[in-house]
Write a protein that binds this ligand. Sequence first.
Ligand code: AP5
Ligand code: MG
Ligand code: ZN
Length: 214
Amino acid sequence: MRAILLGPPGAGKGTQAETIVNEFSIPHISTGDIFRKNIKEGTALGKKAMEYMDQGKLVPDELTVELVKNRLLEDDCKKGFLLDGFPRTLNQADALEDALKSMGQSLDYVINIRVRKELLVERAVGRRICKDCGQTYHMSFNKPSKEGVCDNCGGELLQRKDDTKETVENRINVYQEQTEPLIDYYTKKGIIVNIDGEKPIAQVSKDIIAELRK
Ligand code: AP5
Ligand code: MG
Ligand code: ZN
């Protein structure tokens, strides 16, 4: 299966990706995670990306598109993939389509997770991430058993630098201006699956899997 997760910041893309990639045994490709890894490792790409991410702006397409194209050529993508947070602009969507075409492939699904704007800030600001294994939690909606400690590995839980109220609001505006047009783009292609992302996490997972198994 070749699929994309679309949705505003805090919609639950990363959370749902975990379940989907387990269910379908495909790699999870999150451009945000790739940029954060580069920032942590202090690479040149990380340094460039950080300037944009810290302000809640999109990293320029020149940096993002090549990265994804190269990732899709790796061996594990032969059985399919789940893209999370890419494409985010019409230009990225066209570039993805061209890249897949040249590989003799096409997209099967675009999973559009819908959550009202009013709920998104609370979701992002309350999010905590394990510093060691990357597991995501929420201070109210998805708590670890012990506050500040990862259930999986005992690692410390941290807040993402771009999860302040102000930056999240910027990210939501950027989403509405630059990414939301993709809903129309993929609806016209007939591959969009709309999911109510306001239900509890486990129910959203069930709804997505049911749609993908149809
Ligand atoms: P990225 O990392 O992709 O961030 P995002 O799109 O803003 O989305 P998030 O990761 O914040 O939210 P999510 O939907 O994954 O939600 P999650 O599951 O964690 O991108 C970061 C930055 O990188 C961008 O701003 C940009 O600068 C750059 N970038 C990345 N890709 C790019 C691209 N293609 N082009 C250019 N720049 C790019 O859930 C959020 C919280 O809610 C969690 O705490 C979770 O536990 C909780 N939660 C989840 N589901 C539910 C539910 N159903 N009910 C209650 N709580 C829930
Ligand atoms: Mg995410
Ligand atoms: Zn952990």
